[in-house]
Design a protein around this ligand. Structure first.
Ligand code: FAD
Ligand code: NAG
Ligand code: NAG
Length: 525
């Protein structure tokens, strides 16, 4: 009998899947030691990396930043393939380094002396929660007493108010029905909303407090990739012979064999993949890299045949980890300004401060889904393309709106913010107001990560009620006894205990599962 080469099938051609494929191919695939296959449900590679074009500029619909270049494998590849430079404009976000201009609802430009103390408070609280600093000097010391990041932040703001002089707090700020306390609360909320986009948690009261300090940030600068994030994906895929990656093949069922009694002994491969188009593929090992959202949907709706199912179903500990961990939606909205409506020249990094609570002074023209947007900024200095990030319910709502509705509602909102043109004349940074009466947007483009059935969200977080242990449980291969171990392995962003939610986390997870198989075949290089 001819001994068959082991067949390894990777589900998903995103960062984790292509990293695993690249590693396996380089180590044993190129020598013909295995059969390798990458199965992708969509019609492109890259997954949550999706470099695109808008208004003539290169933009990222998904992953955007290298979160710390120190030790980042993504940065290493980008340098090797010369992706950090480009002659064409890209989303380099250099304006991030400028001082932001902060405007409160109804067009009141806030003096930095009002904004900065709250921004510093917020930064110190997050640094403390993340274990970067040991004390914040207000008795907010016992880290175990908090369940969520939301409750920790709430207490932090209350303690801050407790220290401030009461007289100042109720000081009325004439313009726009604000007083000092309401403004501080709203500025704090703006930073919380930025934190929502960083974590994808709709509600910071659902973001686990203890996990925050377990998360590891890479050191060094945070930068974007000039030639686009997709160039990294292209580089990983480039060594694979044509035919290895198969696009448009959506897996709907994974059949596996936990016990030797159920296995056939005629030498057939133990795992069988069923595709939506009715075809099947057998494998010795399958690395599943689909998003946590796709895994959640698979265990939730047992009747939806389009969703990824396991047969037999996943063991309970796996199902519990999948259901407990958090997975949220974050979307990006790009907006192009008309040539005439350069109300700022150039457009600054603008921070938006909205009235909180049920205040009657809320401007009724501003729709709820814009009220938690923290900022609007050009994608590079002097660009006419502006960018805002959305999280949670607002991000999902954005996906349902037509471009016309978004254009109309964003223009209206920004115009109300820019309505008190008199305020802008004394602005810093040499930003001159030309005409703030109406801001004109000509077109918009948005990502749609929440409703796309291949993602069903953006990235994972540790929700209240789960912990880093759940991430480790998710990462474990399924236990199989008998002659065919390691039938099903798991990689992907959500399986990395300290770098989840990032591209480098996905990368490390792909290397981890490739190495698991290489060790199994004793082919470590
Ligand atoms: C808006 C946004 C902004 C982000 N910003 C950053 C950032 O600035 N920096 C950063 O480091 N990270 C960022 N991320 C996160 C980063 O993009 C992800 O962590 C990473 O790309 C995930 O890679 P992955 O391989 O784990 O998963 P994916 O990229 O999701 O790959 C899984 C693949 O599986 C495919 N698939 C799904 N179901 C099936 C099926 N049934 N059959 C076949 N194929 C299937 C999918 O199409 C997909 O291609 C961002 C993500 C989003 C959405
Ligand atoms: C400002 O724009 C409005 C309409 O967009 C226009 O009517 C007005 O003349 C402009 N004012 C200046 C000073 O350019
Ligand atoms: C990926 O980018 C394309 C535009 O280039 C866009 O049409 C598509 O919706 C994006 N995918 C998601 C999930 O946002």
């Amino acid at each position: 009998m001819v001994v068959k080469k082991p067949r390894i099938v990777i589900i998903g051609a995103g960062m984790a899947g292509l990293t695993a494929a690249n590693k396996l191919y380089k180590t044993i695939g190129a020598k013909g030691g295995i059969e390798l296959c990458v199965i992708e449900g969509g019609n492109r590679i890259g997954g949550r990396i999706n470099t695109s074009e808008f208004g003539g500029d290169r933009v990222e619909m998904g992953a955007t930043w290298i979160h710390g270049i120190g030790g980042s494998p993504v940065h290493k590849i980008a340098q090797e393939i010369n992706s950090m430079e480009s002659d064409e404009p890209w989303e380099c976000m250099d304006g991030f380094l400028d001082d932001p201009i902060t405007i409160a609802e109804n067009g009141y430009v806030l003096n930095p002396s009002l904004v900065d103390p709250v921004s510093i408070l917020f930064k110190n609280l997050m640094d403390f929660a993340q274990g970067k600093i040991k004390s914040i000097g207000n008795g907010n010391g016992n880290e175990n007493e908090y369940r969520s990041v939301g409750s920790f932040l709430k207490k932090g703001l209350e303690d801050y108010w407790g220290m401030e002089s009461r007289k100042e707090r109720n000081e009325v700020i004439e313009n726009g029905n604000w007083n000092r306390k309401l403004l501080e609360e709203a500025i704090f909320a703006m930073h919380e909303n930025t934190q929502r986009t960083y974590t994808s948690a709709n509600d910071l009261f659902n973001l686990d407090y203890n996990a925050e300090s377990e998360y590891v940030m890479c050191p060094g600068e945070e930068i974007t990739i000039a030639k686009g994030y997709s160039s990294i994906i292209g580089s990983l895929a480039s060594i694979l012979p044509s035919g290895v990656i198969q696009l448009g093949k959506k897996v709907c069922k994974i059949e596996w064999h936990p016990n030797p009694e159920t296995e056939s002994h005629d030498g057939t491969r133990p795992v069988k993949l069923h595709f939506l188009d009715g075809t099947t593929l057998s494998a010795d090992h399958v690395i599943v890299t689909v998003s946590l959202g796709v895994l959640k949907a698979g265990i939730r709706d047992s009747n939806d045949s389009g969703m990824l199912k396991f047969n037999p179903p996943l063991p309970d500990h796996k199902i519990e980890a999948i259901s407990r961990l958090g997975y949220g939606v974050v979307n990006k909205l790009f907006m192009q300004l008309s040539q005439e409506s350069a109300c700022f020249n150039p457009f600054p990094f603008l921070q938006l401060v909205f009235h909180q609570g049920d205040s009657e002074v809320k401007n009724p023209k501003i729709p709820w889904w814009i009220r938690r947007t923290a900022s609007v900024s050009p994608i590079y200095r002097k660009s006419r393309v502006l960018l805002s990030w959305f999280a949670g319910e607002e991000a999902l709502e954005l996906e349902t709106l037509t471009d016309e509705m978004i254009l109309e509602q964003v223009s209206t909102t920004l115009s109300t913010f820019l309505s008190n043109s008199a305020d802008f004349h004394e602005q810093r940074n040499g930003n001159v107001v030309k005409n703030s009466s109406k801001l004109n947007l000509v077109k918009v483009s948005k990502s749609k990560w929440g409703s796309d059935p291949l993602f069903l969200g953006s990235y994972s977080y540790v929700a209240v009620g789960s912990s880093g242990c759940d991430i480790d449980k998710l990462a474990e291969p399924l236990t199989t006894s008998g002659s065919n171990p390691l039938q099903i392995l798991f990689a992907g962003e959500a399986t990395h205990r300290t770098h989840y939610s990032t591209t480098h986390g996905a990368y490390f997870s792909g290397i981890r599962e490739a190495n698991r198989l290489l060790e199994h075949y004793q082919c470590m290089d």
